[in-house]
Design a protein around this ligand. Structure first.
Ligand code: IFM
Length: 439
């Protein structure tokens, strides 16, 4: 079935998304200080080929060209993140030159008719704050509140859509339990401490937002994964419920209901992991929307050898270059579930795929990405037609970029970046989208 833009509601927003450390480069310019990702990526062996974001897509210098490309494709909106270490020295004193960059970026977006959606925290904690304990220090929530207030005061006259955190599950569990993201720790209890501080930081930012901004919307973006039992056994069903609560529920329930999910809490008690439940009232400050980053599903089997009593099982579906199963039906499922459970407006704030992209004669013929997007759009549309309040869809990503631990080996962009020359090339999928987005 062919899908068309006019199948979506009239005011539905189509956009694209990036994050600061993945594209900006210019890590030593205009007073920017290091973040935990500069430190991590400069530690040999932490990222593929020990690559880092020092230059990335050089977007700090090429943002005008990138905005023209967004305009050419026809996007209504652009979701980007602010680099905290670029706008604040030592995590607390404002850096005018860094703020100027975001002023220029936002002005240029608006001049080109593109609505900015901004994420305050997409994983690049200032290193100076990490040295004060980082997210393990409960005070980090208040540092974050001050940073958020600075950004609301600086850009709040022009930006109306704000996202506090991107995928706090990744910050907490990839960063502090699995150790594959900055700062690279391996401690389960720490991961839950960090998750709680992040959620408090989110709540404090929402609180100050309501005091400072009267005509804007604020929400939280989570990675939302469809969790399924690997086998039709009671053990696998039970394990899947717990994983669903740990990945999905842990970062949604407290924000809406002011409490952590019970089944997972039971398991944590059983294995001796302490959970802090202070300030649930702050965490559940009312928000305006949830952002949904959807990529795949996970198949879960019970595994008593594992600290959290489960393991991931490889699924049979075709996979992207990340090794993630392509499962568009899962997007429909998670949107429906979020709608039914939380009754809140939703935006797909990320969806896209890393493909085996090859530049040949100036073109990347990524028909697999077109098929991927079409099928995910169809799932989103099905959810909308069944009453889910989905208001927009952001494709990850505008540009090929620094894919964290995977370095530059994975290409998610609609635009191919030749990292040697920094030349950009619209892929076939971008050209398809251009046609799709035409009103
Ligand atoms: O590149 C990341 C992004 O920073 C957060 N969400 C998932 C993307 C793909 O892995």
């Amino acid at each position: 079935m062919q899908i068309r833009r006019k199948d979506f509601p009239e005011n539905f927003i189509f956009g694209t998304a990036t994050s600061a450390y993945q594209i900006e480069g210019a890590v030593n310019e205009d007073g920017r200080e290091p973040s935990i990702w500069d430190t991590f990526s400069h530690t040999p062996g932490k990222t593929k080929n020990s690559e880092n974001g020092d230059i990335a897509c050089d977007h700090y210098h090429k943002y005008k060209e990138d905005i023209q490309l967004m305009k050419e494709i026809g996007f209504d909106a652009y979701r980007f993140s602010i680099s905290w270490p670029r706008v604040m020295k030592q995590g607390k004193i404002k850096n005018e030159k860094g703020l100027d960059f975001y002023n220029r970026l936002v002005d240029a977006l608006l001049e080109n008719g593109i609505t900015p959606f901004v994420t305050l925290y997409h994983w690049d904690l200032p290193q100076s704050l990490h040295e004060k304990g980082g997210w393990l220090n409960p005070d980090m929530a208040l540092y974050f509140q001050d940073y958020a207030a600075l950004m609301f005061e600086t850009l709040g006259d022009r930006i109306k859509f704000w996202i506090t955190l991107n995928e706090p599950w990744c910050s907490a569990f990839l960063g502090y339990f699995l150790g594959i993201h900055a700062p690279g720790h391996n401690n389960l209890e720490e991961a839950f401490t960090v998750a709680h501080t992040l959620l408090r930081a989110h709540g404090y930012a929402v609180k100050v937002f309501r005091e400072l901004i009267k005509d804007g919307k604020i929400g939280l973006t989570n990675v939302v994964t469809k969790i399924e039992p690997a086998n039709e056994t009671d053990e696998d069903f039970q394990a899947a419920i717990i994983v669903d609560e740990l990945i999905n529920g842990w970062f949604h329930d407290p924000v809406i209901f002011g409490r952590y999910p019970d089944t997972a809490k039971g398991l944590l008690k059983q294995i001796g992991v302490n959970i802090n439940e202070d300030e649930m009232d702050i965490i559940s400050e009312p928000i305006d929307f949830f952002g949904v980053n959807y990529y795949t599903r996970q198949l879960i089997a019970y595994d008593p050898q594992n600290q959290l009593m489960y393991k991931n099982v490889e699924g049979p579906l075709p996979k992207t270059e990340m090794g993630w199963e392509i499962y568009p039906e899962g997007l429909y499922d998670v949107l429906k579930k979020l709608h039914q459970r939380y009754s809140i407006p939703l935006y797909v704030t990320e969806n896209g795929m890393a493909g085996p992209d090859k530049l040949e004669n100036g073109m990347v013929n990524d028909i697999y990405r077109i098929e991927y997007l079409e099928n995910h759009f169809l799932s989103a549309l099905k959810a909308i037609n069944e009453g889910v309040e989905l208001k927009g869809y952001f494709i990850w990503s505008l540009l090929d970029n620094f894919e964290w631990a995977e370095g530059y080996s994975k290409r998610f962009g609609l635009i191919y970046v030749d990292y040697e020359t920094q030349k950009r090339y619209l892929k076939r999928s971008a050209i398809w989208l251009k046609d799709f987005l035409k009103r």
